[in-house]
Design a protein around this ligand. Structure first.
Ligand code: PRX
Length: 650
């Protein structure tokens, strides 16, 4: 984030007190904070017991005898899928709608809790018949269709581990994740719809398996796009054929609370994505607690919609596990916000009477650009809570969201959290907190955070520093798959005994938290995490590149954008124009990692600015990419470098 936008954030004085009528009916009460402050572990134990059903109740809340490896509720036994499905049916709510599916072409499906439970039971039997059992890894590479949710829950039901790979990632990225997880099975679809066209997913799976991924025994393919696919007999199986033969009955068995639930890969500061590992009981407790209180969910009457794809953590915790554990009725939508017309999202809200809505600032900013005339054509009066996630929301976008989408009435909850935290950590509670546009504000009950300077000293009010989490929390990551040491080094080494989040933060005069973006080499593009190193590796893997540096430059719509600077190998300098080189390299990055990582701009340069010790000066590159005056260059080895870069920039 640029220094001017930080400045405007910190001088934001508007305040929005809760409406008394909202407070009177709110799930959350101020006593939640008191209860958690008095005894944090007792508070979480109560949430775990009251919100979830345990096959065997736990007797110990937290085992922190071997930090940073936490065990929550570890002697309890639980089945995550049973909590999301069967128990709602057994409680007499089988006819309640679980999912309103809206496909991009306009096809729809309404699935009740009874129907979803029946599907998941069959899918669990089907997976078991393919040999999937507790602890096995299954990779999902799917569009946003009900079968993605059915598959996740069926895997969870068996005590196996899913690893969902976002459908926008390329074959190379998919292969790396399958290999790292050692997956035995891949579930995919022929294709899915995006911007009015079918994109082929099965091809990418074939390509990934052609060049490795030897652990995979079978590929199960859901028919969605009805596009042509290649078929490998014996390996590939149609989902619908297997489901037609699957047994209907399946009894859910209780697994240890610490049984792994999923691995989700995310970008870190090195080139290799990290497999973030989450387990069952603690994760589900915090997902359910936050979903219920931060959205003020009334499962009997609310219609909830989170626009995230299940390929991201938000889709795991706030499309699948939190809402379904709470018995919510929700919308899932396959496509893009502007397909086939720019009002598609608002049309969906009107159609289903959505009352709780959760999306990302980047989407809000792109709607702001189009103008309020589009949402104004739809009846959005059912909305009563609006949520934001993924990156800092600037006060202007916050105000627009509240006024234009929320009709000036709805509370906004700006929720800070990460793939690693598993569930929300810092957020206002609707009906309780007086809102400040642009600030995530306060840690949730039972969560302890702090802002420290580089020496580890609390910064005090009206000061900035690094965000840390000071106490273990139920949905915390339990590790990085296959790399314990990286887990300890990445998160627990900067400050003794504290979790280092990688975000900068500021505390205001009330002690409220304002998030200021990443402080490491992780970029946030449209709410998606990307690593500068990963993109640099992709660039230098291309034959024409000698050296590359990538920075995240501020971007009005996407928050940050990927900007790359490359030095070409001598023999290509004269044979390619900078435009040709840039086009080839942008396509190469999309093909290596996925379209989300494609650089906005690539500058072909003669040299890169480096310090005397040889480190690339990214701050300077960011200045250039954002069109600012060049800052202090006294540590540069050769000050002419800057001049030559800026010249090629123009
Ligand atoms: O920088 C923070 C930003 O997103 C990062 C986590 O990204 P990811 O693991 O992909 O999870 C995104 C969805 C939870 C954080 O380190 N971030 C997320 N939410 C916010 C945010 N920054 C500011 N305000 C938020 N509400």
């Amino acid at each position: 984030m640029s220094s001017t936008s930080i400045d405007s954030l910190l001088h934001e004085n508007r305040r929005f007190a809760p409406e008394p009528a909202f407070t009177a009916q709110a799930n959350a009460t101020p006593e939640l904070y008191d209860e958690a402050n008095a005894d944090r572990l007792k508070f979480w134990a109560r949430q775990a017991s009251e919100l979830l059903n345990w096959h065997t109740p736990f007797t110990q809340t937290l085992d922190w005898s071997n930090p940073p490896f936490a065990r929550w509720f570890h002697d309890g036994r639980i089945n995550v899928a049973y909590n999301c499905l069967d128990r709602h049916v057994e409680a007499g709510n089988g006819d309640r709608v679980a999912l309103y599916f809206e496909g991009e072409p306009g096809d729809t499906r309404t699935i009740t809790y009874a129907e979803l439970t029946a599907e998941v039971k069959k899918a669990a039997n089907m997976l078991a018949s393919l040999g999937v059992t507790q602890g096995d890894r299954v990779v999902l590479y799917m569009p946003m269709i009900p079968e993605a949710i059915v598959a996740m829950l069926a895997i969870a039901r068996l005590g196996a581990i899913h690893s969902v790979v976002f459908g926008g990632f390329a074959a190379e990225s998919l292969k790396a994740r399958i290999d790292d997880a050692g997956a035995k099975l891949v579930i995919t679809a022929d294709g899915g719809y995006r911007k009015g066209r079918v994109f082929n997913l099965k091809n990418a799976v074939d390509a990934a398996l052609a060049s490795g991924a030897e652990s995979v025994e079978n590929v199960v393919v859901v028919r969605r796009g009805e596009n042509e696919v290649d078929w490998s007999d014996g390996r590939d199986l149609w989902w619908h054929e297997l489901m037609a033969d699957a047994e209907a009955e399946h009894e859910a068995q209780g697994f240890e609370a610490e049984n792994p639930l999923f691995i989700l890969y995310t970008s870190g500061t090195t080139g290799k994505p990290k497999g973030i590992l989450h387990t069952s009981g603690g994760y589900l407790t915090q997902a359910a607690f936050t979903h219920k209180n931060v959205f003020d969910l009334k499962p009997e009457s609310d219609v909830y919609w989170c626009t995230a794809d299940v390929g991201w953590i938000t889709g795991h915790s706030y499309v699948v596990y939190g809402p379904l554990a709470n018995g919510a009725t929700q919308v899932i939508y396959e496509g893009t916000p502007d397909s086939p017309h720019p009002g598609r999202w608002w049309e969906i809200i009107e159609k289903y009477g959505v009352s709780l809505f959760y999306t990302a600032p980047t989407a809000i900013r792109s709607f702001m650009k189009i103008g309020r005339e589009v949402p104004n054509q739809y009846n959005l009066a059912t909305l009563r809570v609006l949520g934001s996630v993924g990156e800092p929301i600037n006060p202007e976008a916050w105000m627009w969201y509240r006024q234009v989408i929320g009709g000036g009435r709805t509370p906004i909850v700006d929720t800070w959290w990460q793939t690693e935290t598993g569930a929300m950590m810092i957020s206002a509670l609707p009906g309780i907190t007086t809102a400040k546009p642009g600030s995530a504000q306060v840690p949730l009950p039972g969560i302890s955070v702090d802002v420290l300077d580089e020496q580890g000293v609390h910064v005090g009010k009206e000061a900035g520093g690094l965000l840390v989490i000071t106490e273990p929390w139920p949905s915390m990551l339990r590790g990085i798959w296959g790399d314990e040491q990286r887990f300890v080094d990445t998160y627990w080494s900067a400050f003794e005994g504290k979790y280092f989040a990688g975000d900068g933060a500021h505390l205001d005069e009330d002690g409220d938290v304002w998030l200021l973006g990443r402080v490491d080499d992780v970029m946030n593009v449209s709410g998606h995490r990307l690593s500068t190193m990963e993109i640099e590796s992709a660039l230098v893997s291309h034959d024409i590149v000698a050296e590359a540096a990538v920075v995240g430059a501020s971007d009005e719509t996407t928050g940050q954008a990927v900007v790359a600077f490359v030095i070409l190998k001598q023999r290509h300098v004269d044979s390619l124009t900078p435009e040709e080189a840039s086009d080839q390299l942008r396509a190469h990055v999309a093909q290596q990692i996925g379209a989300i990582a494609r650089p906005r701009q690539i500058f072909v340069v003669a040299e890169l600015p480096k310090t005397r010790s040889g480190k690339i000066m990214r701050r300077l590159l960011r200045d250039i990419a954002e069109g600012r005056e060049i800052g202090d260059t006294t540590t540069l080895t050769d000050t002419n470098v800057v001049a030559s870069i800026s010249a090629s920039f123009r």
